[in-house]
Write a protein that binds this ligand. Structure first.
Ligand code: HEC
Length: 152
């Protein structure tokens, strides 16, 4: 039989071992979490087809830029900002389905002019069709979608 002092020491050591293994498991889990997070992260380091797959920061920027470009949709922007006037003819906005109007208008003044009018606003047409986040180029793309005219 162990003495009372020995017994309590054995129990303490036992508890310490349990404690250490719990702490060890928690540490291992947090390292695993970090590894999983790193594996889930590589949005910026995704290698797109046709791109050289350099590792590190160099590859991240172009991939992110591509993602930002991909997020813009001329049709989506049109539906969100322009459709309420240009699908209905509200305030005499030329309708998107009025192909004859757009063909004649583009032939008359040119696509660049109507894009510029859309950017600056013309009469009841608000500047940028109220798309405050649209760049000039993006307004241009939406105007091409609206008018059916292509810059090429
Ligand atoms: C509040 C209503 C309204 C919204 C929203 C609107 N427009 Fe217009 N738009 C008009 C009206 C009205 C006209 C006709 C202006 C005129 O010629 O007197 C017009 C005309 C235009 C024209 C023709 C310009 C020209 O010179 O013939 C273009 C291009 C155009 N809009 C693009 C857009 C785009 C792109 C959006 C969305 C990003 C948009 N509009 C959103 C009302 C609107």
């Amino acid at each position: 039989m162990l003495s009372k002092g020995m017994q309590s020491r054995v129990i303490k050591i036992g508890l310490m071992i349990v404690g250490l293994s719990v702490a060890g498991a928690a540490l291992a889990q947090s390292v695993r979490d970090q590894q999983i997070a790193e594996r889930l992260m590589p949005v910026g380091s995704v290698c797109l087809a046709g791109e050289s797959c350099a590792s590190g920061g160099g590859a991240a920027a172009p991939a992110m830029a591509q993602a930002a470009t991909a997020a813009f949709s001329a049709q989506g922007t049109y539906e969100q900002y322009c459709a309420m006037c240009h699908n209905t003819g509200m305030a005499n906005a030329p309708r998107r389905d009025d192909a004859a109007h757009w063909t004649a208008r583009v032939a008359e003044v040119g696509l660049a002019t109507i894009i510029n009018n859309a950017i600056t606003g013309i009469n009841a047409m608000p500047p940028r069709g109220m798309c405050a986040t649209c760049t000039d180029e993006q307004v241009g793309e939406v105007v091409q979608y609206l008018s059916g005219a292509s810059a090429q």
